[in-house]
Design a binder for this molecule. Structure first.
Ligand SMILES: Cc1cc2nc3c(=O)[nH]c(=O)nc-3n(C[C@H](O)[C@H](O)[C@H](O)COP(=O)(O)O)c2cc1C
Length: 156
């Protein structure tokens, strides 16, 4: 079994590497992954509700668990939206990532700014923790966020 990930600015990669170390298995970026039909754990960053890379990998490998990394705060509704939009047919987990403005350019930066402006306007209480990160950049990546995933994988 391997961990395969798609990450734009490094937060998803960091989780993939942490998980690989805990599980003592290899991890590899989707762009470098050549093998087919083996068991994998997939992690992808969220872009406009799409789990990047998931549609490519799900036909090529036996995904035993899908992990989405985004900036939205955790909610059951957000999980359900991601599962439905991406037609996820495996156990699913969501992890909070982060924003790194030094690694974002062009259209991604512009799109993110539009999303953030909208969120600031909406002023939802659940966004309180993420708004400063959205504005200034920052990370919510923490090893302890992997606890439920480790529990699930070690019970399997
Ligand atoms: C253009 C753009 C769109 C995004 N859309 C979403 C989104 O729909 N939902 C979400 O939770 N996070 C969204 N994010 C936040 C990213 O998923 C978050 O920054 C993630 O941690 C990036 O992972 P990475 O560092 O591995 O690339 C978006 C980020 C960008 C740049």
């Amino acid at each position: 079994m391997k961990i395969v990930y798609e990450s734009k600015t490094g937060h998803t990669k960091k989780y993939a590497e942490m998980l690989a170390e805990k599980l003592k298995i290899d991890c590899i970026a989707l762009q470098d992954y050549k093998q087919e039909q083996e068991d994998i754990i997939f992690l992808g960053w969220v872009f406009a509700d799409q789990i990047k890379g998931y549609s490519k990998i799900k036909h090529r490998a036996n995904v035993i668990c899908t992990i989405a990394v985004g900036i939205n705060p955790y909610s059951k509704e957000n999980d359900e939206k991601l599962i439905q939009t991406n037609l996820v047919n495996t156990p699913f987990f969501y992890l909070p990532g982060g924003i790194d403005y030094t690694k974002l350019k062009g259209i991604s930066k512009i799109l993110l700014k539009l999303v953030i402006d909208q969120r600031i306007k909406e002023n939802k209480p659940e966004d309180k923790e993420v708004i400063p990160i959205m504005k200034m950049g920052g990370s919510l990546v923490k090893e302890e966020n992997l606890i439920p995933i480790m529990e699930y994988l070690t019970k399997k």
